[in-house]
Design a protein around this ligand. Structure first.
Ligand SMILES: Cc1cc2nc3c(=O)[nH]c(=O)nc-3n(C[C@H](O)[C@H](O)[C@H](O)COP(=O)(O)OP(=O)(O)OC[C@H]3O[C@@H](n4cnc5c(N)ncnc54)[C@H](O)[C@@H]3O)c2cc1C
Length: 447
């Protein structure tokens, strides 16, 4: 029996593709890389995943796990061919325990769908990447994804209590506990989480839940001076106000969404969106205090609202930014290459300014926006990937951005992960701990 027939025997004929055209459909993610699998296999249970891994190890076939394929780093691409193990059919919410604040889910559950179910019980799973309506919990766990709420609630890693993992040899292990805390043994849960499918396939996840806040409000502040915006945010955060979100758009980003904003942005250097949630009286007090701090730092305009419709309008420019960027010039597209820098929050204005200088130096549009409260700067290139000269300039500009993040003692990736994109620079940040990571990989997956 050949590999195809064995795979069909494990998951059923209808759950394996090997046709070249169908496999091509799995050759891309949101990065600029590509890799074509030989087989696409849809698993429905932990036991099926185990059988697939045993077969792949025996036949020395690489396996790449896939959630929804929204990776922006090429992490989900089979660059050496082999099997794409698509887990979207494993999409059951197995259990919700509202008294002990946890849920057990399969990896293919979509983040927003989980939150829609939890909301009915007054609960939430806080990490909310911009891709929450499509990203799977398995993909989020594997990349330590996060969203604008990370400044208050943390990242996906903070919400994983335990995992079921299938190892390369097909063994099935359980990590973690549903107890609120544990001090037993190595923390394997968090070793597998963030490992981007390189150490094993996650087939069940116990996630930690939070009560849904009773009230929320959003404010917008407009600044003519980027540094003053940065100083204002620092004062808000150090004054004890627990922001639930804090986004920044730089002047290049604002230019792109000028029409949506319906204002002349030529004199604006930064727009801040600050969110607070919790008890109503506390949030109202915080919003008024934020307004005072913004004004003390010279903001040009400030307003806040708790009205859901108004809040949607206030978020419109941020929401429209990425889709508008990808349509800005015919033939151009977003190029995620040094798009996810993480720096200490106080370094944000300086990092944005340096990105603007690099943008002008190389004549490449780099729109910068990000989660300023948690130090995450999305320096987003827009260029023509078919143009060799554009590529050469992108490469040089991205090298400079990488060294800015490292000089600030930051990270090459705050939330998107490593994938293929960070490969050329990963050693610069990880140093000799990269060698230890390679040994862990070799131990768990010797082939
Ligand atoms: C428009 C857009 C906005 C985005 N916004 C954000 C954001 O705000 N914050 C953020 O953090 N990211 C963001 N991302 C990136 C991406 O959505 C996240 O990394 C997300 O967590 C990936 O989920 P996924 O289901 O698509 O995983 P995939 O892309 O399918 O996989 C991601 C990685 O996880 C591995 N993997 C997936 N499932 C498993 C499993 N069960 N076991 C082992 N390994 C597995 C894959 O092999 C791959 O290495 C955005 C992407 C897009 C396109």
């Amino acid at each position: 029996m050949g590999v195809l027939e064995e795979l069909q025997g494990i998951v059923g004929t209808e759950n394996v593709f090997s046709d070249k055209v169908e496999c091509m459909a799995y050759s891309r993610d949101m990065s600029v890389h590509k890799g074509i699998p030989d087989y696409v296999v849809f698993a429905k249970s932990t036991d099926e995943v185990s059988e697939i891994m045993k077969l792949a190890t025996r036949e020395r076939i690489p396996v790449v796990a896939r959630g929804s394929g929204t990776s922006v780093t090429g992490a989900v691409l089979p660059v050496k061919g082999g099997i794409i193990l698509d887990l979207h059919l494993m999409n059951k919410i197995i259990e919700i325990d509202p008294k002990n604040f946890y849920a057990k889910v399969e990896p293919g559950v979509i983040c927003a769908q989980l939150n829609a179910v939890l909301a009915k019980q007054g609960l939430m799973f806080p990490p909310n990447p911009g891709s929450e309506v499509i990203a799977t919990i398995g993909g989020m766990v594997s990349t330590n994804a996060s969203g604008h709420r990370a400044v208050k609630y943390g990242t996906t890693r903070d919400y994983i209590k335990g995992l079921t993992v299938v190892l390369a040899n097909g063994d099935i292990i359980q990590t973690g506990t549903i107890a609120p805390k544990s001090s037993l043994g190595y923390d394997l849960t968090h070793l597998f989480a963030s490992s981007e499918g390189t150490l094993g396939i996650i087939t069940e996840i116990v996630v930690k839940l939070e009560p849904k806040p009773e009230y929320g409000a959003l404010s917008v502040a407009v600044f003519g001076d980027l540094n003053k915006a940065g100083e204002a945010v620092t004062e808000v955060i150090t004054s004890g106000i627990k922001l639930a979100g804090c986004e920044i758009l730089d002047k290049f980003s604002l230019k792109v969404v000028e029409e949506v904003l319906q204002k002349d942005v030529s004199k604006i250097e930064a727009l801040l969106l600050m969110e607070a949630d919790g008890a109503k009286d506390v949030v109202i007090k915080d919003m008024n205090r934020i307004g005072e701090i913004m004004k003390a730092h010279g903001c040009l305009e400030f307003e806040w609202s708790d009205d859901p419709k108004k809040r949607e309008e206030m978020m419109l420019a941020r929401g429209r930014l990425v889709p508008t960027l990808s349509r800005i010039r015919p033939g151009n597209r977003l190029i995620p290459i040094a798009e996810d820098l993480g720096v200490p929050s106080t370094e944000i204005p300086n990092t944005i300014r340096q990105a603007q200088v690099i943008s002008e130096k190389y004549n490449i549009l780099i729109a910068t926006f990000g989660h300023v409260g948690d130090g995450n700067v999305h320096t987003t290139f827009v260029a023509d990937v078919r143009d060799r000269q554009d590529w050469e300039r992108i490469r040089k500009a991205s090298e400079e951005l990488v060294s800015i993040a490292l000089k600030a003692k930051g990270t090459l990736s705050a939330e998107h992960g490593s994938g293929l994109t960070r490969a050329p620079h990963i050693g610069l940040q990880l140093g000799n701990s990269l060698e230890l990571m390679r040994k862990i990989k070799a131990l768990l997956d010797p082939l």
